[in-house]
Design a protein around this ligand. Structure first.
Ligand SMILES: Cc1cc2nc3c(=O)[nH]c(=O)nc-3n(C[C@H](O)[C@H](O)[C@H](O)COP(=O)(O)O)c2cc1C
Length: 147
């Protein structure tokens, strides 16, 4: 199968956008992800996939850190772009900005990682969830933001 054609076809599936954030010592590390999905209510499990070539692989896969999965709102395109670049380390002020304009978030712990081709499937157990005041979501469709 032609992978360019496959990517084009997969881009027909519209998704929301999440910022997945963890901490290494005092530094925050974040990555923009649209492969997020809910998996189970009992126990509460969610999943996302990370490219094995990601420069953040150590922070997201090899450590047993706590994770936060933040659902972005339509006015957070800039944050999505920033966390999709390789300069994805940031300070507490920026972290607070991601949270305060988001739709809500999950506090998670690592549950399991599964190797799947060129990605890892990361399963997290949800420890806490927070719904913030209602806003419209940031949508990704056909390789473009579509809010
Ligand atoms: C809309 C969007 C969705 C993305 N979804 C994922 C994803 O699900 N998994 C992933 O590993 N990378 C995803 N990426 C790419 C990473 O955000 C980005 O490559 C990474 O944070 C920076 O590259 P690096 O980790 O190789 O330095 C996505 C990027 C964008 C713009």
């Amino acid at each position: 199968m032609n992978s360019t054609h496959l990517r084009k076809c997969l881009s027909l599936f519209a998704t929301g956008i999440t910022s997945i954030v963890t901490k290494n010592k005092s530094k925050f590390i974040g990555i923009t992800v649209n492969s997020f999905s809910s998996v189970s209510l009992n126990p509460p499990l969610v999943m996302w996939c990370i490219d094995k070539k990601s420069s953040s692989i150590q922070d997201f896969v090899k450590n047993k850190n706590k994770y936060m999965i933040i659902f972005l709102s339509r006015n957070q395109k800039k944050i999505s772009n920033q966390l999709a670049s390789s300069s994805n380390k940031f300070d507490k002020k920026f972290y607070k900005e991601i949270i305060s304009n988001s739709l809500g978030y999950l506090d998670c712990a690592m549950y399991k990682k599964i190797s799947a081709g060129d990605h890892y499937i990361i399963l997290h157990k949800v420890i806490k969830c927070k719904i913030l005041s209602p806003k419209s979501p940031l949508i990704f469709y056909n390789r473009k933001y579509n809010s």
